[in-house]
Design a protein around this ligand. Sequence first.
Ligand SMILES: NC(=O)c1ccc[n+]([C@@H]2O[C@H](COP(=O)([O-])OP(=O)(O)OC[C@H]3O[C@@H](n4cnc5c(N)ncnc54)[C@H](OP(=O)(O)O)[C@@H]3O)[C@@H](O)[C@H]2O)c1
Length: 335
Amino acid sequence: MKDVKGLKRVAIAGFGVVGRGLAKALVTKKDVLIKRAGDYRIAAICDSKGGIYSEEGVDVFEAIRIKEKEGRLPEELTVEDIIDRIDILFECTPTNVETGEPGLSHIKLALENGVDVITSNKGPLVVGYKELMKTAKKTGAKLMYEATVGGAMPIIKLVKNELAGNEVLSIKGILNGTCNYILSRMEQEKMPYSQILSEAQELGIAEADPTYDVEGIDAAAKLVILANSLMNSNATFSDVERTGISSITPEAFEIAAMKGYTIRLIAEATRDELRVSPRLVPFNSPLCVYGTLNAALIQTDLAGEVVVMGRGAGSSETASAMLSDFVELSRCGSK
Ligand SMILES: NC(=O)c1ccc[n+]([C@@H]2O[C@H](COP(=O)([O-])OP(=O)(O)OC[C@H]3O[C@@H](n4cnc5c(N)ncnc54)[C@H](OP(=O)(O)O)[C@@H]3O)[C@@H](O)[C@H]2O)c1
């Protein structure tokens, strides 16, 4: 697949917060990445309205300048148009947990064509994990998705690689930074939910429509991915029992604190259930984290309890996870 010089040709689908952060990191970290993953160039970038392609490699900073000025990339180009001219697709389009689209079609097409995929998009994995893995197995292409859960917090490859040989008995964690930020501030400042939410929206920590985060949808999607990929479950989104954080009051924190607890949105996967809900968390628990941090407690049969923590979202944090997949791909034999 690779071109005559042995360069890997990569493309980025989705040129928003994640796509742009990733593109910059692929340029600024090139010296280090070449040593670990081999040489590469960014052959194409697509957004929802167009794209940009260059056999010699796209000028990323020029593409960002155009995108920020014009609101779109200049050429009429879609992922379908460039799939036979690339070796690796970075898929960073918006998450849709109901249809998985547009990412599901992009990833299917790539895997069917033997193109490796690295994605930050939860939707395709929530909707079609087993099917995508089957396609990948058939064609020998790889599907990597560390960035879909926990941002920079390493959890998927940690379990698959460092804890290989263990059975994961349960995973319990804080998987949504926006909810954790709101709940942390409610705990510390005794302010009502609605006031903190508006401030979080002003700071860009919460979306204008925060439903995805505060109703636990984002955390539930991540839980399905963890259960299916690390616990060999066959879970769907509707299997998750889900309660959001919008009805929690500052008084609830006061009552909890008197007994040594705080309240956090906890996502938990066991053999028997998948649940996302606000739960009491002891102040001395590793899951009592503050701000936009994510944390997870992984219960295994051999290693016992393993705890991870890290920044759950953000442009450079998500790029960090995608680059770790990029390096891993070359270690496990990108085609
Ligand atoms: N932001 C984070 O911190 C973070 C962290 C982890 C995972 N994620 C996940 O990563 C993905 C990207 O997040 P984001 O924050 O970068 O979202 P975003 O800023 O909304 O960017 C999404 C990008 O996808 C493009 N797009 C939409 N439909 C497309 C299509 N059919 N073909 C090609 N491009 C298309 C959009 O194009 P236009 O620019 O033309 O609208 C936009 O450039 C999401 O699935 C998200 O859940 C995000």
